[in-house]
Design a binder for this molecule. Structure first.
Ligand code: AMP
Ligand code: ZN
Length: 112
């Protein structure tokens, strides 16, 4: 999708503070962090959100899920972290390219 911010970040057309990438995934720091550590994990493939997932994405999703733990350890989050996926307007999604928020550090706020 040519007009998608996270596609542009994945393609390197818009700068981001990247912490990891491979052939399927890019991970970068959120520009407006809500915690000491706040990463965004995105597939390179444009998928608007969870609602667009099909069976053909199963390997990609498994890859992303299994990436979270080593990323958390690399960021010093051995004692815990939070993952969030916002879906749709009423779910608080602002960027319509699937992403997982990985948040951690001391004193994460409560859910509200
Ligand atoms: P969501 O509300 O789940 O769609 O989250 C979108 C996130 O993308 C927000 O936490 C924003 O701070 C973050 N964000 C928006 N633009 C950028 C950018 N250029 N680089 C890094 N993070 C961004
Ligand atoms: Zn996209």
């Amino acid at each position: 999708m040519s007009d998608c911010l996270f596609c542009k970040i994945a393609a390197g057309e818009i700068p981001a503070d990247r912490v990891y990438e491979d052939d399927q995934v890019v991970v970068f720091r959120d520009i407006n962090p809500k915690a000491e550590v706040h990463l965004l994990i995105i597939p390179r493939e444009h998928l608007a959100g969870l609602n667009e997932l099909e069976s053909g994405h199963d390997a990609l999703i498994a890859h992303i899920m299994r990436l979270i733990q080593p990323l958390a350890v690399e960021q010093g989050l051995e004692s815990g972290y939070r993952t969030i996926i916002n879906t749709g307007k009423d779910g608080g999604q602002e960027v319509f390219h699937l992403h997982i928020h990985l948040l951690g550090g001391r004193d994460l706020p409560g859910f509200s």
